[in-house]
Design a protein around this ligand. Structure first.
Ligand code: PMP
Length: 393
């Protein structure tokens, strides 16, 4: 789409690319019926008790703005949840903000942190929102290619990247469990990163932990536990409680940073939806284990996808969290990720996301989201086998 207006609109915005995921989705949307393994959202309904709490909030006329940072009961619930699950300690009054999804949490955070010209480290492949928000802030993204380190962000990689720059970056954006790779980190790995970053006390870590409740065999370890003073933890209920459309995110940050974040949050949205916040209180207080049944289902789907990819001998690291698998294109195939995925959608009616939608380091890979029914996934895997075998002939 190359439409443009003659008005001199904001340069940063004009230069932003429409998300490649969206572009790909638009491109293949005429291939109906289409099995979509593209979606970044749970295919489960929101838990009943959470829906009931929202209905009750509506009937009780909870239809007014809450306090800017969110209803204090929600922030207390978020504080208790983070303490119980991740051993985090954040004061509900001064260190937590309820936002409009993790998206607004990230926007509020990056707009508050960044001055024009600041460097921001972004491990690549990455969730494309990071790139857009950094550019909207007139800061400069510095991509760190993780394809050589098994998609791990290592202390060495961070150190080397910082040393290659002419000034210390303002921030690093971390995301684990990761979209698109499903990689997550052990406590030792989190500690290693924390230690490295502590050598750069003026740097901040924006730690997007939205998939923290979807870690399969371990428990999630937050960077906020090991690097509290330099970390802004991003989380929310979209994935943990299957609430993407409700739009509820959370920021956990040290008091002096939160003080500034609240100003940005207020200017952008005033406050998160009141009814949604009441649903959120219920989810955090009485739904601490709501992710468990979903996790069990995702785990079975992951097994099915992994089995097919391994049988096809495609290079892939088993994801330990979130609901994505990032696999390499068949070796020796002279084809872009885009063409590989487009050909699959066109010929076999299954959509997956080409890896370059997650930055240049993702070229040569494709992302499968297994937030789809097991039945669709099984059908898709039979077709993928056929497709890859045909390409190899
Ligand atoms: N971070 C990551 C890594 C994501 O994958 C997503 C959603 N796809 C978000 C943030 C945004 O979450 P929300 O829907 O709560 O805004």
């Amino acid at each position: 789409m190359n439409k443009t207006t003659h008005f001199n609109l904001n340069h940063q915005i004009r230069n932003l690319e429409i998300s490649k995921i969206r572009q790909f989705d638009d491109h293949v949307s005429t291939f109906e019926p289409l099995i979509r393994l593209t979606l970044g959202q749970p295919d489960f309904p929101t838990p009943e008790h959470v829906k009931e709490a929202a209905k009750k909030a509506i009937d009780s006329d909870y239809s007014f703005y809450t306090r800017t940072a969110g209803d204090i009961k929600l922030r207390e619930a978020a504080s208790a949840f983070a303490a119980a699950k991740y051993e985090l300690s954040y004061d509900p009054e001064s260190e937590i903000i309820a936002t409009v999804g993790a998206t607004e949490a990230l926007a509020t955070t990056l707009f508050t942190l960044l001055n024009p010209g600041d460097y921001v480290l972004i491990p690549s492949p990455f969730f494309s929102l990071y790139d857009s928000l950094v550019k909207m802030s007139q800061a400069t993204p510095v991509y760190m290619d993780t394809s050589e380190t098994g998609f791990m962000v290592t202390p060495d990689l961070i150190e080397k990247t910082i040393q290659s720059l002419d000034k210390t970056p303002k921030a690093i954006i971390l995301n684990y469990p990761n979209n698109p790779t499903g990689i997550t980190w052990t406590e030792a790995e989190v500690k290693g990163i924390a230690l490295t970053l502590s050598n750069y006390p003026k740097m901040l870590a924006v730690s997007d932990e939205i998939y923290s409740e979807l870690v399969y065999d371990d428990t999630h370890v937050s960077l906020g536990k090991h690097l509290r003073d330099q970390t802004i933890v991003i989380n929310g209920l979209s994935k943990s409680h299957a609430m993407t459309g409700w739009r509820l995110g959370l920021i956990f940050a040290p008091e002096l940073i939160t003080f500034e974040l609240v100003k940005t949050h207020q200017s952008l949205v005033t406050s998160a939806s009141t009814v949604t916040q009441y649903a959120g209180i219920e989810a955090l207080v009485n739904g601490q284990d709501d992710a468990l049944p979903m996790k069990a289902a995702y785990k079975e789907r992951r097994r099915v996808v992994m089995q097919t990819l391994q049988e096809l001998n495609l290079e892939v690291t088993e994801p330990k969290g979130a609901f994505y698998i990032f696999a390499a294109l068949p070796k020796g195939l002279k084809m872009s990720s885009y063409d590989f995925c487009y050909g699959f959608a066109e010929g076999y009616r299954v959509a997956m996301i080409p890896g370059d939608a997650f930055g240049a380091a993702g070229e040569g890979y494709f992302r499968i989201s297994y937030a789809s029914s097991l039945e669709d996934i099984k059908t898709a895997m039979v077709r993928l086998t056929d497709y890859v075998n045909t390409l190899r002939k």
